[in-house]
Structure formats: structure tokens, C-alpha cells
Design a protein around this ligand. Sequence first.
Ligand code: FES
Ligand SMILES: [Fe+2]
Length: 358
Amino acid sequence: MNSEADIAERLSTDGVMLRNAWYYALPGNALRRRTTAHVTMLGEPVLLGRDSEGRVFALLDTCPHRGTLLSRGTFDGKEVECPYHGWRFTTDGRCTAIPSQTSSQRPQPSDIHAQSYRVSETQGNIWVFIGDASVTPPPVPVVPAIGERFGLHLSAIFDCNIDLAVSGLMDPAHGAFVHRSALWRTKKSIHEKHKAFSPVNLNGNLGWRMDRHRASSNSRAYRLFLGGAPETEITYTLPSVRIEHATTGRYEYCGLTACTPINATRTMVHHVMYWNVPGGALLKPLGYMVARRFLEQDRLAVMDMVDGQKFNPSTMLIRDADMQTRWYFRLKKEWLAAEAEGRARANPLESMTLTWRS
Ligand code: FES
Ligand SMILES: [Fe+2]
């Protein structure tokens, strides 16, 4: 078990970006056939593309020749052509043409490779594995049950490192203040909660789960959406994936939140919602409006924290409301230790019930 001092130490090295993990890149419907897009992930330039058959691929978005962004070039559905000198690359990074070379000169196309990434399109989401070629990726994060019905996606850039973005999104005690609204939650609705948590290890993806429980009486959003008192379960796995699953038996809702560091000081927050309520398509505009508003409120709350933390205040993580943030840092520390020692990750968390008022 890590001591409190260990955790404080981990907190003081905020924002380490964990490699060798799947990160959310784009919703699949943002990438049409025969097009490419640029995404910056963990400081790496990534070209995402969809070939003429519909398959998604990802390449390092800098030309092996002089570093030009390949995504600024053209793509015919089979090969990417650099806009500067026309070097061409297949979707797995093989070079097929260097127009300026005679047949006796080196290099020839077969000498050149653009770096490719492992990529997966699952349940409407495109994930990119950012890590070492020698590492076998774990399974891609999936939402349960209704994952084939992609609902809607929204995203926002948080101007802060991954740790502040994640801790802001998993915080259980800010609802009545940050998301206060006559419709959803008021200060008066704050009451004592007891929630059971257990550690999870999904093929090496470490995290914890808020065990399935009756949704709190102040979660009116759920009631409106699913038309009854649902049971919910929330699973968080490192580096940054939170999956919420609510069900009334007949109707289900899943929320997938995934944070991708753009670089050490900016984080892209993706939120995807799935549901199977009849007439659910009609709920899209409302769902979008509400989710957009929540995400923006969260973003502004985190920005206020970032502005305060620029003055290097001493801060604290209290029990039990901040316990999940502690767990996040504890697991992050374990991730880094396992990597440094070349061993499998082991989940240091234990099952427990947390108590707070919200
Ligand atoms: S920089 Fe890409 S072909 Fe020269
Ligand atoms: Fe929030």
C-alpha cells in the first residue's frame, strides 16, 4: 500500500503522459472515405485516414523526407502524397515513389518507411495505440451492451494537463456547485451517499468500479432520459477512460468519457453517449445541448483550478470525496513503476465503501 507521502510526491509531478495505451482519436463519423485528418496525441503528430474500402489507418504525420505534414498533402484512397516533393506512402507506411530520384540514386522508395500506428475503430470510435512497436496492445475500451448504437459525440479542449482534466471529470462533489440548476441539482439536494467500489484489472487496464447501485435521488437527468429510477455502474480505467452504464432493465444509457493529452499542457476531452430509448433520435438535440453545457461547466471549473494552481498553493485530497483522485494517482504511479521494472501491472486498490455528501 502506498503511503500518503508517496501520493503527495506523485501529485507534485503532475501531467506525466502515459504511453503504451489506447487513446481516443476521433469519432468514426468524422472521417469520410478517401480523407485524412491531423490529430496531435501525446505531443505526436498523427495522420488519421480512411481508405477507399472504409478501413481506418494512422501514420506519423511528418514526412520522412523533410518533415512536412503529410496530412496537408493528397490522399486518393490508397496512397498519401506529400505536398512538398510528392513522395508517396501506402496506408501502412511503405514508400512507393520518390519522384526526384533517378533509378541509380539512393534512397529508393523501398529504403523508406513512414511510421504507422495501431488503430482500431470500435463502436463508432477511433482509437490509436500510442506506444512502442514491441508492446502488444491490450483490448480497446468498449462500452457494454448497447455499444453498437452510436448516439452522439462531443469534445472540448481543456487547457491543462491530463491529470487536472481527469481529476476534474471524476470529482464527485462538485455537482451541486458547478452544475447547479433548478432542473438538475440544487444545493438543497445534497445528501449523504455511500458507494461501494472495487478494483478492476481488464487485461492489464487497471482501474476501479463504482459497483452497480440504484441511481441517486438527485440524478434527475437519468430519470428524464430513461423514464425511471435506473441502476448505474461506473468504471474508470487508466490512463483516462470512464464508462458509465445505466439501465432500467428495458432501457439503457452508456456514457464514454475519454481524455487524450494533446501535449503536456492541453487535453482533449471526448464524450460519447449511447442509448436505446424509443424515439431516442428525437432526444439527440436535447442530449447534445445538456451534455455540451455540462462539459463546458466542467471545463470552466477546471480552468478556475488551473488559474489558482499557477500560484503553487499547497492543496489536499480529502477523504472520501477526493479518494478517486488519489486512486488515479496511485494507479498512475503503479503504471510507471511496472514499466520501469519491466513487470506486469498489479492493482494496489482494495474494495471499499466511500462516503461523501453530494
Ligand atoms: S518533405 Fe515530403 S516529399 Fe519532401
Ligand atoms: Fe462535472
